[in-house]
Design a protein around this ligand. Structure first.
Ligand code: SAM
Length: 287
């Protein structure tokens, strides 16, 4: 069978099955072979790897993954794509297709059953409407994750990589950089997809840290502090933390902690690095 990365073959399959794209599932299928190769290279896929592909679509990237990886597991939400995948992936023996919602599936159970102890690499052209919950869900799951290499909206890739004090810096940058080292592997224009998305895209590789780059006594508290700091961007850190429904510290305690770190009372959350958030969180833990 002709590879789906040939756009004519994609069109043939879509027509054969009279497939209708569903906007609600963020369906923009890749039709550019060079981009597919860039994604697989950035993920450094080898035959020792078990790969999870989120949203295989009609199986374009899945075919390439199957040739390089030891095992490929894919999870697709759209029931109309399942019979198509059965057809387009029929000549590969190392693929498991699961019909389900990646945000609802018990990932730990699935990976334990399928990965046979190998660390997991996640590779995907993500449905953009759920990029953040997918990435945070993967990091926070108990899965033995080696890395994530995904196509995301360009603006979101920039946010993941951004530094303190810049306009893109936020809770997502800190969360991603706590768990992984981000690198942008490619910028991808809309004409590499069918249908064309309205936004620019980028491939980002997130290399999972074995141990996080900062020591935190209470991770959950640090993330509550981070969320509170960015929920009210133009407010001072003191006011953001005091107003947060997720936190229960008095103004005096907050001022005491800020002072103990040598920060001015007027400091804003968006200027603090991950190291500073870790110190802030540890100072609250030690109150
Ligand atoms: N991988 C294919 C490609 O590159 O051509 C398709 C990528 S398309 C951007 C996103 C895919 O994710 C679609 O196939 C869509 O149906 C699927 N999807 C959307 N939401 C999902 C969810 N919650 N769980 C699993 N798959 C989902």
């Amino acid at each position: 069978m002709e590879k789906l990365s040939n756009p004519q073959e994609t069109i043939r399959v879509l027509q054969e099955y009279q497939f209708n794209f569903q906007k609600k599932f963020g369906q923009n299928f890749l039709i550019d072979e060079r981009v597919l190769t860039r994604i697989l290279d950035a993920a450094s896929i080898t035959e020792d790897d078990c790969v999870l592909e989120i949203g295989p679509g009609i199986g374009t990237m899945t075919q390439h993954l199957a040739l390089r990886a030891g095992k490929v597991i894919c999870v697709e939400i759209d029931p109309n794509l399942i019979p198509i995948l059965k057809d387009t992936l029929s000549s590969y023996s190392n693929i498991t297709v699961i019909h389900g919602d990646i945000l609802k599936i018990n990932l730990e159970e699935l990976i334990e059953k399928e990965a046979e102890g190998r660390p997991l690499k996640v590779v995907a052209n993500l449905p953009y409407y759920i990029t953040t919950p997918i990435i945070m869900g993967l990091f926070e799951s108990g899965v033995n994750l080696a890395g994530i290499t995904v196509m995301v909206q360009k603006e979101v890739a920039d946010r993941m990589k951004s530094e303190p004090g810049t306009k893109d810096y936020g809770a997502l940058s800190l969360a991603v950089q706590y768990y992984s080292k981000p690198t942008i592997a490619a910028n991808v224009p809309p004409n590499c997809f069918i249908p064309r998305p309205k936004v620019g895209s980028a491939v980002i590789h997130l290399e999972r840290y074995q141990t996080p780059p900062v020591d935190v006594i209470d991770e959950k508290l640090m993330f509550r502090l981070i969320r509170a700091s960015f929920n009210q961007r133009r407010k001072t850190l003191v006011n953001s933390l005091k107003n947060s429904p997720e936190l229960n510290f008095s103004k005096e305690e907050i001022l005491q902690v800020i002072k103990s770190l040598g920060l001015p009372e007027t400091v804003r959350g968006e200027t603090l690095s991950l190291e500073k958030f870790a110190s802030l969180s540890n100072a609250f833990s030690n109150l």
